[in-house]
Design a protein around this ligand. Sequence first.
Ligand code: SF4
Ligand code: SF4
Length: 404
Amino acid sequence: MSVIESLTLMLALVYLASLNYWSGKKWGALATILLTASAVATSLYWPLALGFILALTFAAILHKFAPASLKGEVKINTLRQTSQHILALSLFLVAIQYTINTLLLKQGITPWLTRPDVVDAFLPIAGGIELKAIISLNLWDQTHPAAAVMLAAVLLTGLICKRAFCGWSCPLGLAGEYLYALRKRVISAELAPPAWLDWPLRMLKYLLLLALCYIVIGMPTQAIPYYLQGNYHKIADVKMALFFVTPGIITLICFGAILALAAWRRQGFCRYLCPYGALLGVLSFASPLKIRRNPQHCLIEAKGMKCDKCTRACPANIVVHTQTTVRSDECQACMRCVAACPKSPALGFALKSGQRVSHKGLLALILLVLFALPLLAYLNGFWHSQTPDYIRMELIPIIERIGH
Ligand code: SF4
Ligand code: SF4
């Protein structure tokens, strides 16, 4: 685990403890800090210890100069955007570190910068095959273990809190928001497609998901060990990186189309093309937490007023003000509708029983799943790739000839 991964992980867990503490869950806070401290101590790994110390220092500084942000007592949209930007910054630094590491390997130089294993999160097919290997063969891949860990963590967020991963963590979603805002500055008109076209377009991402599932499910179980030991799997991350860094003309056209889509329609990529979003959308039907409207408090039924502020705030075009429960697979649990509601008891992210989860609680859930699971995996030796640098060095020059 690299320094930037360790620091991000420790910042997330210390912040999780802080959210627990200031929400009155003192035992939860104590357990989080004690478990994190013991994980750091048992790992005997200096980047984790450094990350822990820095995270505690940062928390102390926030407590002195910006206590509201440490307590999560900021507006819903501020908390969500801050979380998105910090995670995006961390991934940006990870991408730089990975690029340097790979360039050094390409030149035959033993890297002085560790390969950040979290980049394997961008290998969802490999992650799916690895999860299948664990379930069907009890075979734990040691080439890209972080791919399975991150896929499992993201899927778990879908089961627990709908597409909150998309709304609160995904850097692509954030980039899409910026592109859309930029386009709106130039052409202010809303360019959403008509409803008859919107639905078939939304189904595109499910077709892509089906194609990816076909690769994973269609691979015969007995072939999995050979795939996981093969050179293609060993170098899959570099192949993926080359795909982005040295794109061909077709790839460039596809990238251009994706960027245009994101700029054209708010959340266009998430809504129409992202297979991860499709997978989380399917899982989100099982999520016990959903946006729920309470007609007893909503201004429409309670006061006979006209109100649709929740609907107008929704970036996914979900008609919230006429439903009691938002079940839509497009709901990213972003809570913009909750932030826009003038009557706070009327709308919330809640269980069927009515028990609500605040924006702080939702962020705490996301941090717990996305960061505690990788830490646990790391402590159990299932995070760091065991492929030695010399093998990667040997494979990179012949990468074009390596197929699966
Ligand atoms: S319904 Fe609410 S939480 Fe869901 S996407 Fe729309 S604004 Fe976000
Ligand atoms: S914004 Fe609140 S009060 Fe208005 S319709 Fe939506 S839930 Fe009801």
